[in-house]
Design a protein around this ligand. Structure first.
Ligand code: ZN
Length: 235
C-alpha cells in the first residue's frame, strides 16, 4: 500500500503519478539505484594487478645494471681521473645480491644467503682497496669484521631455527650474539691498532648482556615467575 507524498491519497500499486495532484510516484529504493547509475564515480574500486616478484626482480636487475654500466662508461670516457666507478658498481652488486632472496630465489637456505651477503660485502670492501692507498685496512680490519659478523649471524640464525623459539629465548640468543659481536669487534680493533688486546667498552656491554641473560634464564627456569612477568608485560 502506498500513499501520495504530497496530498496523502491512497495510490494504486501500478500508478506512475498521483491521480489527484499529479505528483510523480517514486520508490525510494529505485531512486537510490538511479542515483548510483548516474553517479560520476565508479561504483567498484579499481584494482591494479599485483606486481609479480619475478618482474620486480627483472626491473631491479635492469636498473642496477644500467646504473653500473652508465657509471663505468662515464668513468672510462669522461671523468677518467680515478677509478671512482668501482665504488658505484660495487654498491650496485651488493644491493643486487642482498635483494636476491627477497625477490628471485625465495626458497633457498637462509644460511647460504647470509654467507653470500657477507661475501659480497667483503668483496666490495676489497674493491674499495683499489681506491684507497693500500689494502692493509681491508686485511687487518675489514675482512676479519665481516667474517665475525657472518659467523655470529649464522650462529644466531641456527639458534633461532633449531632451539626452542619464544620471545624470551630469542632475546637470550640476540643478547648473547650482541655481546659476542662487541667483544670480537674490540679485539679486532685493538689488534689492528697495534695495541695490546684489553677489553674496555665491550666489557661493559658484556656485563649488561650477562645480567640480562641471567635474568632471562631465571625467568625461563621458573614457570610461575615467567607467567607472572608475561601477564604484566603482555608477550
Ligand atoms: Zn497527490
Amino acid at each position: 500500500m502506498s500513499y501520495c507524498v504530497n496530498c496523502g491519497v491512497e495510490l494504486d500499486a501500478s500508478a506512475g503519478s498521483c491521480p489527484l495532484c499529479n505528483t510523480p510516484v517514486i520508490n525510494p529504493a529505485e531512486l537510490e539505484k538511479m542515483m548510483k547509475a548516474n553517479s560520476p564515480f565508479p561504483g567498484r574500486k579499481g584494482e591494479v594487478e599485483r606486481v609479480k616478484r619475478k618482474d620486480l626482480g627483472v626491473l631491479f636487475s635492469v636498473v642496477m645494471l644500467s646504473i653500473a654500466l652508465t657509471c663505468g662508461i662515464l668513468n672510462l670516457l669522461v671523468f677518467n681521473g680515478a677509478p671512482w666507478s668501482l665504488a658505484v658498481i660495487g654498491v650496485c652488486a651488493v644491493l643486487w645480491v642482498l635483494m636476491i632472496p627477497a625477490v628471485i630465489f625465495t626458497r633457498q637456505s637462509v644460511y647460504l644467503y647470509t654467507f653470500l651477503d657477507g661475501t659480497v660485502i667483503a668483496a666490495y670492501l676489497y674493491l674499495l682497496t683499489f681506491l684507497t692507498s693500500g689494502d692493509a685496512w681491508f686485511l687487518g680490519l675489514g675482512l676479519p669484521i665481516m667474517v665475525l659478523l657472518v659467523v655470529v649471524l649464522e650462529l644466531f640464525i641456527l639458534c633461532v631455527r633449531r632451539l626452542p623459539r619464544s620471545f624470551l629465548t630469542v632475546s637470550l640468543y640476540l643478547c648473547t650474539a650482541a655481546g659476542l659481536l662487541c667483544m670480537g669487534l674490540e679485539i679486532l680493533i685493538d689488534r689492528y691498532c697495534g695495541g695490546h688486546i684489553a677489553l674496555s667498552w665491550s666489557a661493559v656491554v658484556l656485563t649488561v648482556c650477562a645480567v640480562f641473560n641471567v635474568s632471562i634464564i631465571t625467568l625461563l627456569s621458573k614457570r610461575r615467575l615467567r607467567n607472572a612477568v608475561r601477564r604484566r608485560l603482555h608477550f
